[in-house]
Design a protein around this ligand. Structure first.
Ligand SMILES: Cc1cc2nc3c(=O)[nH]c(=O)nc-3n(C[C@H](O)[C@H](O)[C@H](O)COP(=O)(O)OP(=O)(O)OC[C@H]3O[C@@H](n4cnc5c(N)ncnc54)[C@H](O)[C@@H]3O)c2cc1C
Length: 444
């Protein structure tokens, strides 16, 4: 039986381990943190995540989607909070289409439990220190104690955006690598349940407070609280660096997020105590060296604005499993084909994620953008075979490649720019010839 070592028991490492163990491999995971199921502390990033079709498809293949849905809250659109005035609503897709707010630790527990049930052995407090790519050999320190040397047949580097396995790739020849931090970081805050245990905002949506150059969002949790994330510049006039004292934080929230402030009794404490974390895009290639593979964030970390990082990582796992099936577990065929297929899609979703930050923090409150969404959803309603809005291709499809979605989205943008430039379009849009607009997408 071939032995596979997996670096990291995060979302992707755990899921891939389930696929591999169920195919009969002997899988061992090395995870640097303690077992969060026992310690109760989950030291990862962001408390909750948006799970959509690509992630759900991979979970469903493993029979884990039902378990997840039980713990997830559907979000059917964005509820938009201006500084003054009433809340707006923008549905994500067709009626009934939704993404799910799930707790990161609950999701990690589902895939990790499934891995153990499938026979995967998991070593916690086991930090990968060094990797020898030529020998496919890793050095792991357990509880900071003496180092163990492991020599598996294959090594999977699913140890996240700051991967130790990738560090070994960096020492090798002809390995391309870039990491780009955006000028914004994020800080998690919260809106608790009301005194009688009710949600204080509508629970059926992702809430956004778009403020042009920054924003705050809130996702619902099953305990009726919301986890808020403030995406905010690190430096500059309006920035984390500029909000040092409690008075500064309070008056900024009073001016900028007055409705949310009413619901955030612990704001000052959380603002001072919770870290301001950075946001990075990592690109690298190749993802395979000899018998070691990078996957998930270790291969392609992206900014979180499309809610796709984990979904893309879960899609990696599904496709890796399909390739094992197709090539009858011949890893010499699977590994190069996997990176060839996935790299253009990882690059595309990285671009989509960066673009979507502008959409979320600024465009959602722009009437022209709102009109564009309305027109596109009408075309989709009338001619679903001919036109699917970009957001739906990325979020509600589980078989359109990210790269194809990106290309089609670029064409749609050009077509819509022409449509929106027509005189009096806001008044006359319902009289448009929707079929001829849809047909333009098919014309090269
Ligand atoms: C603020 C924020 C919000 C996000 N929201 C969404 C969202 O809504 N939807 C979505 O799809 N994605 C989202 N993402 C992205 C998502 O979190 C990642 O894409 C996903 O966690 C990647 O999973 P992974 O298993 O590759 O890496 P990770 O989840 O980072 O797991 C890596 C694991 O490796 C372990 N590890 C690291 N180094 C070592 C070592 N040397 N030895 C042993 N173990 C090690 C870590 O402890 C960890 O357990 C968000 C990310 C952020 C930052």
């Amino acid at each position: 039986m071939r032995e596979i070592a997996v670096a990291g028991a995060g979302l992707v490492g755990s899921m891939l381990s389930v696929f591999l163990a169920r195919r009969g491999y002997k899988v061992t995971i090395f995870e640097r943190r303690a077992d969060f199921r026992k310690s109760g502390g989950y030291g990862g990033r962001s408390i909750n995540l948006a799970l959509s079709s690509r992630g759900l498809r991979a979970l469903a293949l493993l029979g884990l989607d039902g378990k997840m849905r039980e713990k997830a809250l559907p979000m059917y659109g964005r509820r938009i909070h201006p500084v003054a005035g009433s809340e707006g609503y923008m549905p994500y897709g067709k009626e009934g289409q939704c993404i799910y707010s799930v707790s990161r630790s609950a999701l990690n527990q589902v895939v990790l439990d499934a891995a153990e049930e499938a026979g995967v052995q998991v070593f916690f407090n086991s930090k990968i220190q060094q990797v020898d790519l030529k020998e496919t050999q890793l050095q792991v320190s357990v509880d900071g104690g003496p180092t163990r040397v492991i020599k598996p047949d294959y090594l999977i580097g699913s140890d996240g955006a700051y991967s130790a396995v990738r560090a070994a790739f960096l020492q090798s020849d002809r390995f391309n690598f870039s990491q780009d931090y955006i000028e914004h970081g994020y800080k998690e805050l919260s809106i608790p349940a009301s005194a009688n245990g009710q949600f204080q905002l509508k629970q059926d949506a992702l809430h956004i407070w778009p403020r042009e150059s920054f924003m705050m969002i809130a996702l619902p949790n099953p305990d009726a609280s919301f986890t808020c994330t403030l995406f905010f510049p690190f430096e500059g006039a309006t920035s984390f660096a500029g909000l040092k004292t409690s008075d500064q934080v309070k008056s900024f929230f009073e001016k900028t997020f007055p409705d949310a402030l009413q619901l955030m009794p612990d704001l000052l404490n959380e603002f001072h105590e919770n870290p301001s974390s950075s946001l990075v895009t990592v690109k690298c290639y190749p993802w395979v060296k000899n018998r070691t593979l990078l996957i998930g964030d270790a291969a392609h970390a992206i900014v979180p604005f499309y809610g796709q990082g984990m979904n893309a990582g879960f899609e990696d796992c599904r496709i890796f499993n399909e390739l094992l099936e197709y090539f009858k577990d011949d890893w010499e065929m699977v590994l190069p084909e996997f990176q060839r297929l996935r790299k253009p899609n990882a690059d595309a979703v990285a671009r989509l994620a960066l673009d979507n930050f502008i959409e979320m923090r600024d465009l959602v409150s722009d009437p022209v953008f709102q009109l564009q969404k309305k027109i596109e959803s009408r075309i989709h309603e009338l001619y679903p075979e001919r036109w699917t809005p970009l957001y739906s291709m990325v979020t509600f499809s589980d078989d359109i490649n990210y790269a194809d979605a990106y290309q089609t989205g670029q064409r749609q943008k050009q077509i819509m720019a022409k449509v929106l430039s027509q005189p009096e379009i806001a008044k006359n849009w319902e009289k448009l010839d929707f079929l001829s607009i849809a047909e333009q997408l098919q014309t090269p």
